[in-house]
Design a protein around this ligand. Structure first.
Ligand SMILES: [Mg+2]
Length: 275
């Protein structure tokens, strides 16, 4: 296997030889090519901290697949829930409100996982605590086995991991996030995986970012977060002075401050990090 330096050197020569109209490169362009030639990164960053859900792992597409399985398994049509799409849309609203409470630590994750299904069933006049518990347990076991990532995720990570130390920083449950990462083939790219459960704090709390920097042995000035959530990821990183790339995957939440960078597609991150 070729050393990355050699590959970079080959690419540089190739660029010079095939330069449009064989013109002389502009001095700035030549300097950039020279840096590539000696395999120096032009980026000030050494550590990339990625959010997982809705940044790399396509949370909504994967969730819809799990809910479709659950509709069959728990025979929801026979219980009067005919439309899985409406059921999922209602669940999302209930889940969002409960997650806000969980983030503020006013409910536990066990209450969150029970109540999001119990309340969703209640909308159909179903008072079924046992069914809600079973659905909650099934969801926790089945949802992380889904493997759909956003387009360009693997290609981007393949390129970046040759140049940077990469880590995950996520608010998800510990037992769920590790399965998602392994099942979707992401594990090999990341050095440290920091969950809010292990850190004891959830994004946007600055203490989870400090915990992550400490774990990765990284300085804030040489680190950047890449995430979809304007509050948890972008505002959270701003609280400790870490740069941010806001990945604008829909549905977009309102942005509360100006991020360092914004991208609409994961492949755009390569241009920012010049990898
Ligand atoms: Mg996210």
């Amino acid at each position: 296997m070729l050393h990355p330096w050699y590959k970079s050197w080959q690419r540089t020569i190739f660029c010079l030889l095939l330069h449009p109209l064989n013109r002389k490169p502009h001095p700035q362009e030549a300097f950039f090519l020279f840096l590539k030639f000696i395999n120096m990164s032009t980026s000030k960053y050494k550590h990339l901290f990625f959010d997982l859900d809705r940044t790399l792992w396509d949370f909504d597409t994967n969730n819809k697949a799990t809910f479709s399985e659950m509709h069959e398994k728990f025979q929801l049509v026979a219980r009067g829930i005919s439309d899985p799409v409406t059921f999922y849309a209602n669940y999302q609203k209930i889940n969002f409100a409960l997650w806000e409470a969980y983030k503020k630590q006013t409910i536990t994750k066990e209450v969150l996982n029970f109540k999001r299904f119990y309340d969703s069933l209640s909308l159909y006049q179903l008072d079924e605590p046992e069914l809600a518990r079973e659905m909650g347990a099934y969801y926790i076991a089945a949802s992380p086995r889904q493997t759909i990532l956003y387009p360009g995720a693997i290609e981007m990570l393949d390129t970046l991991h040759k140049h940077y130390q990469m880590h995950i920083i996520t608010n998800g449950f510990e037992e769920v996030q590790f399965i998602k990462i392994e099942n979707s083939g992401l594990g090999k790219y990341f050095n440290k995986i920091i969950t809010s459960e292990r850190a004891g704090f959830k994004k946007p709390d600055r203490r989870i970012f400090e915990f992550a920097l400490n774990e990765a042995e990284a300085n804030v000035s040489e680190s950047i977060i890449i995430g979809d959530d304007p509050e948890a990821d972008i505002l959270g990183a701003q609280l400790i002075g870490m740069d941010q790339i806001w990945v604008k995957h829909p549905p977009l939440k309102p942005n509360k401050g100006k991020p360092t960078y914004e991208v609409g597609h994961l492949s755009d991150i390569l241009k920012i990090l010049q990898a």
